[in-house]
Design a protein around this ligand. Structure first.
Ligand code: NAG
Ligand code: NAG
Length: 252
């Protein structure tokens, strides 16, 4: 279709040239108005382009980064930095049947879950929190809660490994299931807030046992928070539950 359009455009152009050649000297007289028309058309097109480009940039600003909506306060606001990264299709540190290795990787990922914030950082937020024995207050970032949730869901998926002593009819089992379910829904809402709008393309599986079945390709580079940088910041402020002051403690 596009090449048809291109050919007919070229044909028209060719015909025009023949007409000018045939007319010989008479075409000279017509050259000035033709040039003037072309110049005028070009100017008009240029104006239209500038106008559309301005419109487009304001539309895309509205879509992608509505500047009237700000990041809410977080002590980590200034730590957030973006980079381009690819997803790992099968990150075997975290996939598969759980093992001691999995626990180590998960433990490392969860370092900095509980962290120390200062008095003024707490005041920015406007909520109270539990003071730490040696100064500051206990807090955590949303990403740490989500990662904790990933751990809880994994543990419930492999409950034969983690909760083999739990009676499937008992209250403790029901509580564990409910916690995992809550976690899944928390992650759902977090994903729908911090939406991944990378485009996935599809193709038919060409061979193997899933031949003829639909599959998606991996998305390309994505805009991601530099997690290592953020995590270093979290680990630098990490606290633990032994540091929490309890209601009866002196010096609260
Ligand atoms: C930006 O967000 C505000 C508040 O939700 C909304 O009223 C406004 O229409 C948005 N602007 C654009 C260009 O999307
Ligand atoms: C991920 O890799 C492991 C180890 O190679 C493999 O056993 C497993 O099947 C892979 N999972 C997927 C979904 O490809």
């Amino acid at each position: 279709m596009a090449s048809d359009e291109l050919e007919s455009f070229l044909e028209e152009h060719e015909q025009e040239k023949h007409v000018h050649d045939e007319h010989g000297s008479t075409s000279k007289r017509r050259r000035f108005p033709l040039t003037a028309t072309l110049v005028a058309t070009n100017i008009a097109l240029l104006i239209a382009c500038v106008f559309l480009a301005t419109r487009l940039s304001s539309i895309s600003n509205g879509d992608a980064s509505n500047s009237s909506i700000r990041d809410p306060y977080s002590p980590a606001n200034s730590i957030i930095e973006y980079e381009q990264r690819k997803m790992i299709f099968n990150d075997t540190r975290f996939t598969g049947y759980p093992s001691d290795k999995w626990e180590v990787f998960m433990h490392e990922l969860l370092e900095g879950t509980l962290l120390r914030v200062s008095d003024s950082e707490l005041q920015h937020q406007g909520f109270d929190s539990i003071p730490l024995e040696d100064g500051g207050y206990a807090a955590g970032l949303g990403v740490a809660h989500n990662l904790h949730c990933v751990k809880k869901i994994k543990m419930f998926l492999y409950r034969d490994y983690f909760y083999s002593d739990l009676d499937p009819e008992g209250a403790e089992f029901a509580h564990t299931q409910e916690h995992a379910d809550h976690c899944l829904d928390w992650i759902r809402q977090s994903m729908m807030c911090h939406v991944d709008y990378a485009m996935y393309t599809l193709q038919w599986e060409e061979d193997g046992p899933r031949k003829g079945k639909l599959k998606h390709n991996e998305p390309g580079l994505q805009k991601c928070v530099n997690f290592d940088k953020l995590h270093d910041w979290m680990k630098g402020r990490s606290a633990n539950s032994n540091m929490l002051q309890h209601p009866g403690d002196v010096g609260v």
